[in-house]
Design a protein around this ligand. Structure first.
Ligand code: CO8
Length: 257
């Protein structure tokens, strides 16, 4: 399938989606949204894919929603088209998605990274929610996901002042899982994705499901959900294989990948 705004590749069992609007610093428009969602759905259905990486360029992961597309939009356009509501589709993908972020991840770019399951940042990454400087506010999760991930103080600071956070601060406050030199970003992220893709896919998908559930439920319900999912993994032969391989001191050969 030909794409206009993204590049879609596979690296063994890893699906790689690269935002590709270099002249606009990968600003997100409705074409990017439609193409990203379509590519993710294809990877979701592809039994040969166990993990997905979303990335941009060294200068910009994505500098936000496309301001030029939004400039002339009025309320009725935004409301009737449920403008950018389609990005929520991304959160329905059941395989893990890692964001590899270098350079600017601003506004919708930061929000897109937060829709992924975790973020690996290059040391030149800059995160921000500068919508306030444009007379608007975050609309793809900046006031909600950012607050849950980094807490109220940092989220208020970011959304109200529009300031950028560098990679070190983002790691300190838990927005990103690790920071690597910019030249190593893709190698490190693809290595993490390949590792995930080597595990039993049902177990991987249940981990994603259970961690995400913790944001939606009480601790008691979440713990019960986790335990029931743990029990259900004994229905797969991959549990026997994984544990037998450990006892026999060999690598497991998971069937459900
Ligand atoms: N949209 C459109 N074009 C952009 C964007 C953007 N967000 N960001 C950069 N560009 C374009 C520039 O216009 C420029 O194009 P041109 O050469 O044609 O003038 C090109 O990319 C290069 O940009 P700069 O020359 O500005 O590059 P610099 O290195 O000087 O600066 C910055 C880089 C700091 C990233 C700067 O470009 C900038 O501040 N960009 C805007 C950042 C921003 O405000 N982002 C938030 C946008 S609003 C948003 O994301 C809302 C999301 C929620 C929507 C959900 C609705 C429900």
């Amino acid at each position: 399938m030909p794409y206009e705004t993204i590049i879609v590749e596979t690296r063994s069992r890893v699906g790689l989606i690269t935002l590709n609007r270099p002249k606009a610093l990968n600003a997100l428009n409705t074409t990017v949204m439609a193409e990203m969602v379509a590519a993710l759905k294809i990877f979701q259905e592809d039994a040969g894919i166990g993990a997905i990486v979303v990335t941009g360029s060294e200068k910009a992961f994505a500098a936000g929603a496309d301001i030029k597309q939004m400039q002339s939009m009025d309320y009725i356009d935004a409301f009737m088209s449920d403008f950018f509501g389609g990005w929520e589709e991304m959160t329905r993908v059941r395989k893990p998605i890692i964001a590899a972020v270098a350079g600017y991840a601003l506004g919708g770019g930061c929000e897109l990274a937060m829709m992924c399951d975790f973020i690996i940042a290059a040391d030149n990454a800059k995160f921000g929610q500068p919508e306030i400087t444009l007379g608007v506010m975050p609309g793809m999760g900046g006031s909600q996901r950012l607050t849950r991930f980094v807490g109220k103080a940092k989220a208020m600071d970011m959304c109200l002042t529009g300031r950028m956070m560098d990679a070190a601060e983002a790691e300190r406050c838990g927005l990103v899982s690790r920071v690597v030199p910019v030249g190593d970003l893709m190698e490190e992220t693809l290595k993490a994705a390949a590792k995930i893709a080597s595990f039993s896919l049902p177990a991987v998908m249940m981990v994603k499901d259970a961690v995400n559930r913790s944001y939606e439920t009480t601790l008691a319900e979440g713990l019960l959900y986790e335990r029931r999912m743990f029990h259900s993994l004994f229905a797969f032969d991959d549990q026997t294989e994984g544990m037998t391989a450990f006892v026999e001191k060999r690598s497991p050969n998971f069937r459900h990948r």
